[in-house]
Design a protein around this ligand. Structure first.
Ligand SMILES: *Cc1c(COP(=O)(O)O)cnc(C)c1O
Length: 332
């Protein structure tokens, strides 16, 4: 296999865009028996912390399509952004480097200590710039300005928004849903729902489009860890419809988003999340990151305690290991 050639398999049908192979798939699907006993419902983990690039994580799946698109367009550099502890920018930069594309990253705020994901960016030699403003949306202008600057010097930037949340990127989770549905079939499990942390919404959108595409019977429940529920619903609906349209798939269902688990704010650990992550680590030997996974698990724990959950549940472990080693998170 040559590393630059797009992969030929068309799991998503004749309209599937070009894709490079990054994910060591299928990622494991396994029961979490001690957690299940604790919660009173059967829980399985889908281990997308083990996608196999860097320290793993959900963002690798979308990058299969996004970087293939950058290569197809002949781009020589990548511009994206987020917070200084972003799992997204780290994995995007790592993939870009591997394919000979120079990564540039824009972060909101001012440079924090060199730890976690930021330390890895620096170590890799990635150009990281700071907007100097705490407002997360300053990243969007920063990305556009840096891309213009690069174009003016004759470069060809591939520009991606925070989280890589685009219809094309969401196809990674349409694919993941097909992978998951096959694993569930094989194990004879019919889950009621798949739970995940929802941030920039691309992952949730892909799962929702994937459920329609695969004619799967389970719900998708996203626990928002950054945006208000209504904003998530709008973003997910738009992204899922656009992802479905790309592969000529059926219309996705209405999104289900659970609020109330954000705690003190995006990127700031919550007491409920910390307790849920500790429960999972001690029961199952699996680490949930404090920004995303811990808060999503807190949502599942709370819903189980309230008696609102019945039947087997799949929890998508989305990665984020580098932020286990940081004081200030601010990841996305
Ligand atoms: C980005 C991220 C998410 C959320 O995915 P979105 O597609 O941005 O909603 C969840 N968990 C981890 C570890 C992430 O890095």
């Amino acid at each position: 296999m040559t590393t630059h050639a797009p992969v030929a398999d068309r799991l998503l049908g004749p309209h599937e865009p070009p894709r490079i192979e990054l994910v060591r798939s299928p990622t494991p699907l396994h029961p979490a028996p001690r957690l299940s006993a604790e919660l009173g419902v059967p829980v399985l983990f889908k281990r997308d912390d083990l996608t196999g690039l860097g320290l793993g994580g959900n963002k690798v799946r979308g990058l299969e399509y996004l970087i293939a698109d950058a290569l197809r367009q002949g781009c020589d550099c990548l511009v994206t952004g987020a917070g200084p502890q972003s799992n997204w920018t780290l994995l995007a930069a790592l993939t870009a480097l591997r394919y000979g594309i120079e990564p540039h990253v824009v972060c909101y705020g001012n440079p924090p200590p060199d730890e976690g994901n930021l330390r890895l960016h620096r170590w890799l030699g990635v150009d990281v710039r700071f907007t100097g403003a705490a407002d997360r949306s300053t990243v969007d202008d920063g990305i556009a300005a840096l891309a213009a600057e690069l174009r003016a010097t004759g470069r060809r930037p591939y520009v991606l928004p925070r989280g890589g949340a685009t219809a094309l990127g969401s196809l990674g989770y349409v694919r993941a849903t097909i992978e998951l549905a096959a694993q569930l079939d094989e194990s004879g499990t019919e889950p009621a729902a798949v739970w995940l942390p929802t941030g920039s919404c691309g992952t949730h959108a892909g799962l929702l489009a994937g459920v329609a595409f695969a004619a799967a019977a389970f719900d998708v429940i996203g626990v928002t860890v950054s945006r208000p529920v209504a904003e998530c619903r709008t973003r997910i609906t738009t992204l899922a419809a656009a992802a479905a349209a790309l592969v000529h798939g059926p219309e996705p269902a209405e999104p289900r988003v659970l609020g109330g688990c954000l705690g003190p704010g995006y990127g700031i650990p919550s007491p409920e999340g910390a307790a849920a992550a500790l429960l999972v680590a001690r029961a199952e030997g699996v680490f949930l990151d404090p920004v995303f996974g811990a808060k999503a698990m807190a949502g599942l724990v709370a819903e189980c305690a309230a008696g609102r959950v019945t039947g087997p549940q799949v929890f998508l472990v989305t990665g984020g290991a580098p932020t286990l080693f940081t004081d200030r998170k601010g990841a996305s």
